[in-house]
Design a protein around this ligand. Structure first.
Ligand SMILES: [Fe+2]
Length: 239
């Protein structure tokens, strides 16, 4: 190899090393990943209702089907769409941060909606009779099971006329049970597992009860499947 050629080759190698170093220091300049990105597969599928919606006590089939088809499935479709936009943005290093922030906020919002609605529908179809380790644990945490239920209902009604979720959660940071007031799909304890998710958005009850939210909460409690709640508690307690 002639000297001039060798110098040229060394120059190419040096430039390549410099470029690699620059990419490592600047993530924005890193090679774009191949699509589809697994994290943004956008293939969420709606979960089927596990109960007969004609058989609930005080919650009409029309209400349940509207809620499940329009609100829940609407969130599943929106989450898939948002993940598609996020996957596409992965190939664009110049994607505006302010627009990306909007997508990420909507990703969190729709993810919360899908999870909470799946918890909501999964826990319906029961007879409302509390049982198991969760009943005993709530009695210990609140002094009596009746006291827990009163505080749960009070928390739910504090959301009436607005929107949000009343959530019984196991707080893993303190290892305690609490009822939480969550004003939208993104609220909740920073470290907690939801055990009961009560939808207090008006779409969850207005068709049957108008603004009489307390009657809706009564109906929700009558249809709560405590075997589901207890199994969630036992799984969360095992970590
Ligand atoms: Fe809902």
């Amino acid at each position: 190899m002639k000297d001039v050629t060798r110098r040229g080759a060394l120059g190419v190698v040096t430039a390549a090393v410099a470029a690699t170093t620059a990419r490592a220091a600047d993530p924005a300049a890193a090679p774009v990943p191949a699509t589809p990105v697994p994290a943004f597969a956008g293939n969420h599928k709606p979960a089927a209702l596990k109960f007969d919606p004609t058989k609930l006590n005080g919650l009409s089939e029309k209400l349940i089907r509207s809620h499940w088809e329009n609100n829940y499935q609407g969130s599943v479709k929106a989450l898939n769409m948002i993940e598609g936009r996020l996957a596409a943005a992965m190939t664009d290093k110049d994607f505006p941060p302010v627009v990306y922030g909007g997508l990420k906020r909507e990703e969190l919002h729709r993810t919360g909606s899908v999870i909470l609605h799946e918890l909501y529908f999964e826990q319906l179809g029961g007879n409302g009779q509390a049982l198991g380790a969760i009943r005993d644990a709530l009695a210990v945490s609140y002094g009596s099971f009746a006291a827990w239920e009163a505080e749960f209902r009070r928390t739910a009604l504090a959301l009436a006329g607005g929107s949000g979720w009343c959530i019984l959660a196991l707080n893993h940071h303190t290892n305690t049970l609490h009822n939480y007031w969550a004003w939208d799909h993104t609220n909740g304890p920073a470290s907690g597992t939801p055990l009961i998710a009560l939808d207090m958005y008006e779409h969850a009850f207005h068709m049957d009860y108008g603004t009489a939210a307390a009657k809706y909460v009564d109906a929700f409690m009558r249809n709560l499947d405590w075997e589901v709640v207890d199994s969630r508690f036992q799984a969360a307690s095992r970590g």
